[in-house]
Design a protein around this ligand. Structure first.
Ligand code: DGY
Length: 324
């Protein structure tokens, strides 16, 4: 007698094979095929009757999606650390285990954050524009001076996995003081030699401000005109979290009028950003297209963890990383 294999949907055809292979060992795997992104309709149609879903895009995962999948659904795992596109309360209310993939991407995101810090502090984008516009004036000793990192005060908003990896990397730069803010003081903060302060104190004291916390109703729009106004005119803002943390028009204004020195952004609103968006016109703003976790090994690891979350959920075991 043949036993029915659990049916699992993988919502993006470019999900790394390492994760898909794992699922295929025990499940019948269906994959969304539309490129570059599956439509919501393709995801919801193919999810019908599935036991598990590896939710590999940032498409809203909400009551409608769960209804369309059907009552047999046993588990969903995202393939991301940030789960701002998931209605977690709704998934929880239905008692469906919800996996996600934190930690495995922290090193890659922290590397990118440091890259953005250096490139924004040392004016990489502006320098590139000088070259292509034939404005290279290297004889002027005051030309294109950037901000020093050595000895600087660095503020981390959100000392989670990514924030901690950023602090670790900063040790090699001999920064002066590391501050952090968040819900509470953390042991990891003490171990890293970082001081817990209020958001306001962090803004006023820091030479570099890193946004590394999740996007929630509490953190949405926390970087607004008032926040930028408290920062030093010499300060550098780095965002590797989500664009929704920032009131983008206020950031643009702060970069244009010198309220802050520069910014390095991996995340913005919307994504993808329109090529003619005002952010792209700012010489003191370094932009990269949400590349935080985009390394070969990291994406493989995320797919493996997400797949294992799904398999564990189907087998009634605890997930590797559970979102609630
Ligand atoms: C995450 O995992 O949240 C990263 O931003 C990639 O989506």
């Amino acid at each position: 007698m043949s036993v029915r294999r659990p049916k699992v949907l993988v919502t993006h055809s470019k999900t790394p094979e390492a994760g898909v292979r794992l699922l295929r060992e025990k499940c019948e795997v269906i994959i969304c095929e539309e490129l570059p992104e599956p439509s919501r309709e393709e995801i919801l149609t193919k999810s019908q009757g599935c036991d598990g879903i590896l939710w590999a895009t940032h498409e809203a995962l909400n009551a409608e999606a769960l209804d369309r999948a059907g009552p047999q659904l046993k588990v969903v795992s995202t393939k991301s650390a940030g789960i701002d596109y998931v209605d977690v309360a709704e998934v929880k209310r239905r008692g469906i285990p919800l996996g996600y993939t934190p930690n495995v991407l922290s090193d890659a995101v922290a590397d990118l954050a440091i890259g953005l810090m250096v490139s924004a502090a040392r004016r990489f984008h502006e320098g590139y524009l000088k070259i292509i516009n034939n404005q290279w004036e290297s004889s002027d000793p005051q030309w294109m001076l950037g901000r020093d990192i050595k000895g600087a005060t660095v503020g981390i908003v959100g000392l989670g996995g990514i924030g901690q990896k950023i602090v670790n990397r900063l040790k090699g730069f001999n920064v002066g003081t590391v501050l952090y803010t968040g819900h509470r003081e953390k042991d990891e903060g003490k171990q890293l030699g970082a001081s817990f302060v209020t958001f306001d104190e962090l803004l006023t004291r820091s030479d570099f401000v890193f946004a590394a916390c999740p996007l929630t109703s509490e953190t949405k729009n926390m970087f607004d005109k008032m926040a930028f106004g408290k920062m030093k005119p010499t300060s550098v803002f780095v965002n590797v979290s989500r664009g929704g943390l920032v009131v983008q028009d206020d950031l643009i204004e702060a970069l244009k009028n010198g309220t802050i020195f520069s910014a390095g952004l991996d995340v913005m609103t919307p994504e993808p950003l329109d090529p003619n968006h005002p952010l792209t016109k700012l010489p003191n703003c370094v932009l990269v297209p949400h590349l935080g976790s985009a390394t070969c090994n990291t994406r493989d690891d995320m797919a493996i963890v997400a797949a294992q979350n799904v398999l564990n959920g189907i087998e009634g075991k605890s997930l590797i990383y559970s979102a609630y």
